[in-house]
Ligand binder design. Sequence first.
Ligand SMILES: [Zn+2]
Length: 422
Amino acid sequence: MPMAIVAAAVARPSARLGPLAVEAPDEDAFTLAMAAAEALGERARSSELARIDLVGDHAPEAEWAVPEALGLGGVAIHRTSGGPAHLFEAIRGHEGADPPGTRLLLAVDLSRVGRATGTNHGALAVALALGPGPGIRVDHVATHARSPRGETEGLRVDRLGRPHGSEPTALLILGDDERVVAAARTAGGPGFATSLVPRAPPGTGPAPTTPFALALRAPGVDDLPHPFVLAALGAERDVHVRGTVTGSVAWSEATPSPTLALSAPPVRDDERSLDARSEGAYVPRPRYIENLPSRWRLEADWCPSCSRLTFPARGACAHCGRTQELERRSLARSVWTVDAATIVRPGAQPTEFDGTVAVAGAYGVVVARSSEGPRATFQLVGPATPVPIGSRVVPVLRRLYPMEGEWRYGRKAIVVAASDAR
Ligand SMILES: [Zn+2]
């Protein structure tokens, strides 16, 4: 039985370059994918997950880093390159070849602005939980070379529906503005409820794969099951998707970050930029890797003697010293309360943060308390602004600094509710 999309979540990058959404210096494919996955909640951490599909701009390290960050050791990973055709093929899955159980699909599309190839567009990450349904099912995917003879040549509506014997009742057309408007005009004949998605969400710019997120928000479907046809218009190839809506999809958005305005395209990493040498708190790689459960999953040790939590987990209770039978528990990521706050101005940062400070300027640092009690220090996401004591923050996974040829990642915090107390 084909899997259906049962829940979806989207994460948008927090920087802007003119009208385009682009990655901030502390964001990349990994952090965007994780933000989307975490917005799915328990569905992305379920022990029922049989497989994770990574679609798009994921780095090779994502194959171990994504399961590590989700606490899903041993889950099967399947990688696919980007673009609408691969995305929809990954959603459709491979009947018979897929392990039984639910699947998590993480699709990431980084910004292409300033790159030599590809169209200019913004970045986005989409996380999809796939299961037996009800939801949105992809039944058939076909790609066609873009016709050189006309903008809408390959998009006549009668060609979309009839070969498969069922007349589509809704049509979603995705892609760059001009072709979409022209195609929608062609498609908007009687008998078709045309859903036109002429552009990506405000600030994200036109993006060939981005509007897929919008396709899931197709307006009211009363009759179920409900066949649909979706066309994603690419620069060279068009992708036509036939599917069935069998029920509504749970939709969520990642915690929005404060916006950072950039004056130049995001800097792409090279060997030199990743070779930062810290004069501050140097953490050898083995120790960094060893501490990932606490850094990434906020794992604490719970002590059965005194019923207290020690964070970060260190194999011993900080309160009574017990080292046996400690239980690993992840602290809630939902809301932490600010106990203390400060701003680190340019020049005062540890050297490993030189690169991000050069692009993003001063940053805030808070000491925050989890609802379970333990405290932690977090750098704040976004431009530095004063944060009143008592404000609420949410810890999110971000890039911290480059070291020994790679980015180090950890939890930073987003202010979700500033306290009125001064
Ligand atoms: Zn204890």
